[in-house]
Design a protein around this ligand. Structure first.
Ligand code: ATP
Ligand code: MG
Length: 480
């Protein structure tokens, strides 16, 4: 053995090359036949006149980055959702670029460039509000998921570098779905396909690259991504991936809650929330994100919770379609409303709390439990609690209260929420209509509406203690 060692040119370069080659070969053998390309080496290359991508539909800034990299002698490809969506005739959300230039080399080419990430560094090239993400090809040793190995730096920089960065082909095999691993080559405008993405795109099929169980274990968020793309593209998840999702959904519980928050926004605020929600429930993934909501849905009475959540999501999709703003707080408030309502009812009955007290305490409890799963930042959970508290305040229509309530910073969201509840049959239409009219009425009409409104505080008026406690917080002030 020792003799063998001396015969080898024993330096780090050689060693790391061998290691990466070996890993690559091992990875290849581990892959099942279904996603393995034909034994003939080399990718499928679709020339420019055989596909539908036109530069006219690519962001000018992305083209600038691609051309500059290419002129400097590097390989440069558009990749990921940009290529996938262009091939499907859809408008891409963003444009990602893959290159063989390392991040430092990218930075030298662009003044407006920042490097992010620790172990696997990415270059962000800034053009005003648009950011073009440039990633160096990942090699087989680059770790998985989102910077799972952050901070894992080696003393031997060269060893690490060689493991992290790789070739286009290695980069393709490390991506999640075949349809996300298509590369548009800026040199000749062809599309390079190593993993069978073109065939899947044509078949409307979402296939994970490699062995599904292994890839979902490496990064369970890929299960959520599968659902998100299936909903957005109207694609069918292939059978092997489906089976693995059914089996491995529980792994989502091990994903950091901050990452699940980011993913939840992509799931519910991308314009396909209704389909996404249905698929998440179908694959039993939703219960790992919002367990108390799932539990409440299983107790639905007269269809109410399901209709309410579905309407809230429909409403969100509609607003996005119309270019109106949407806030994660409203989504959060809607998804958790039923658990909050149930908890509040329990507190009223068991502890004798006033409705507003019960609602506030229930909100605190549900939020505290939920954020350990999906970490909605505090600014959103505070707003959600205000929206919930407003549901009780909107009951109070007499005297000066309704006019003061209009000044509440969250009034509009609270009122929209009330409309949704009324639409779902959980609150009276009469109340929602009253508030709609009250908002558009002039000063005098408002006065007479408030004078003629049914006396509120039904249950509370008779309970003076509750009334006194309530008076500490002036009507119209934020609930928090
Ligand atoms: P969209 O931007 O439309 O939501 P996308 O496919 O571009 O979809 P991004 O999150 O922008 O999704 O990621 C860009 C690309 O990076 C993906 O297409 C995929 O190739 C790769 N990728 C992203 N996340 C993962 C992951 N968890 N595992 C493997 N590859 C991933
Ligand atoms: Mg993208």
């Amino acid at each position: 053995m020792e003799g063998g060692c001396t015969a080898v040119p024993w330096n780090a370069w050689y060693y790391t090359r061998m290691l990466s080659w070996l890993k690559q070969s091992l990875n290849r053998f581990g892959r099942p036949a279904v996603t393995e390309p034909s034994p003939a080496p080399g990718p499928l290359v679709i020339p420019r006149d055989r596909h539908t991508i036109s530069r006219a539909n690519i962001s000018g800034n992305a083209l600038k980055v691609l051309h500059r990299l290419s002129k400097a002698g590097y390989e440069a490809y558009l990749v990921g959702g940009g290529v996938r969506d262009l091939l499907l005739g859809r408008e891409p959300k963003d444009f990602d670029i893959a290159t063989d230039a390392d991040p430092e080399e990218v930075r030298h080419l662009f003044r407006n460039c920042r490097l992010i990430g620790r172990r696997f560094r990415l270059a962000h090239v800034h053009f005003g509000p648009e950011i073009i993400e440039v990633a160096t090809f990942r090699g087989s040793g680059a770790g998985d998921g989102e910077e799972a190995a952050g901070g894992d730096t080696s003393e031997n920089g060269m060893l690490l570098r060689d493991n992290i960065y790789g070739t286009l082909e290695e980069d393709a095999w490390r991506r999640d779905f075949t349809v996300n691993a298509l590369y548009y080559d800026i040199r000749d405008f062809s599309v390079v396909d190593h993993t069978g993405g073109m065939a899947d795109l044509e078949a409307g099929r979402l296939s994970i690259i490699g062995e599904p169980g292994q890839r979902f274990r490496e990064d369970p968020v890929r299960m959520l991504r599968a659902v998100r793309f299936a909903a957005k593209l109207g694609f069918r998840i292939d059978e092997a991936s489906e089976a693995a999702i059914h089996e491995l959904g529980h792994l989502l519980r091990e994903v950091p809650s901050a990452r699940l928050f980011d993913e939840s926004l992509k799931l519910f605020l991308a314009g396909y929330a209704v389909e996404t929600f249905e698929l998440l429930r179908h694959y039993r993934l939703f219960e790992h994100l919002f367990p108390e909501t799932e539990e409440a849905l299983s107790h639905e009475e007269g269809n109410f919770p399901l209709v309410f959540v579905a309407r809230a999501l429909e409403n969100t999709d509609r607003r996005i379609d119309e270019g109106k703003p949407v806030t994660p707080a409203f989504l959060f408030a809607a998804l958790l409303w039923e658990p909050v309502r149930r908890e509040a009812a329990m507190l009223r009955e068991a502890e004798g709390m006033t409705p507003i007290q019960a609602l506030q305490l229930a909100g605190d409890r549900i939020v505290a439990r939920q954020v350990s799963r999906v970490a909605f930042p505090r600014r959103f959970s505070l707003q959600a609690r205000e929206i919930w508290a407003l549901q009780e305040r909107l009951q109070q229509r007499s005297g000066k209260r309704p006019s003061r309530l209009l000044e509440h910073p969250r009034f509009r969201a609270g009122y929209d929420f009330l409309e949704l509840r009324a639409g779902a049959g959980e609150e009276s239409q009469e109340l929602a209509t009253w508030w709609r009219e009250f908002q558009s009425a002039d000063e005098n009409a408002r006065k007479s509406m408030a004078a003629g409104a049914p006396s509120d505080g039904r249950r509370r008026r008779s309970r003076r203690g509750g009334g006194r406690r309530r008076s500490k917080r002036p009507a119209g002030s934020p609930a928090e």
